[in-house]
Design a protein around this ligand. Structure first.
Ligand code: DLZ
Length: 154
């Protein structure tokens, strides 16, 4: 008989870390709010949520790595907003941030979820941070709860 392991969305007793950025704060703030709101609505105690603010997406992975390595968190949510806006930095930062975030989780064996939005325009970033395209902060927070609960069973 097939055994299927899956995580529920019950956050009771989970310790969750969030790394969020100051760049593009107008959208970042809404993603952080969406993430915290989702965690609390799914049972995570407010006092079990730790938010670390970093300057920009390039800095997310180091903070996520330190948090993951500490083993004090069941999962870590990484939030950032990268807008191309004609800058050549965009692809470099996006690539490094994504790889670093992934590596932080793999190295520590702790779920680290990706709530970094990469867009061409500010309008697209607004759409994905709490308007018609949802809130990617909230999605990353739910993925963190689900993965924390999957990992507990593996
Ligand atoms: C430099 C830069 C640029 C051009 N764009 C963004 C962005 O859209 N989103 C973001 O989070 N950060 C950006 N940064 C800042 C870098 O991530 C980083 O904080 C600085 O290069 C300092 O290391």
């Amino acid at each position: 008989m097939t055994q299927t392991i899956e995580g529920n969305l019950i956050g009771t007793d989970l310790n969750i870390g969030i790394v969020a950025t100051r760049w593009n704060d107008f959208m970042g703030h809404r993603m952080l709010h969406g993430a915290k709101d989702a965690l609390i609505r799914h049972g995570v105690d407010d006092s079990n949520i730790t938010v670390v603010m970093v300057p920009g997406c390039f800095e997310i992975s180091l903070a996520a790595k330190k948090m993951a390595d500490s083993k004090r968190y069941d999962a870590i949510v990484c939030l950032g907003v990268l807008i191309r806006g004609g800058t050549i930095h965009f692809d470099l930062i996006a690539g490094d941030a994504t790889r670093g975030i992934s590596q932080a989780g793999l190295n520590a064996g702790v779920p680290v979820t990706l709530g970094v939005i990469t867009t061409e325009t500010i309008e697209q970033a607004i759409e994905r941070s709490g308007s018609k395209a949802g809130n990617k902060g909230e999605e990353a927070a739910l993925a963190a709860i689900e993965m924390a609960n999957v990992l507990k069973q593996l």
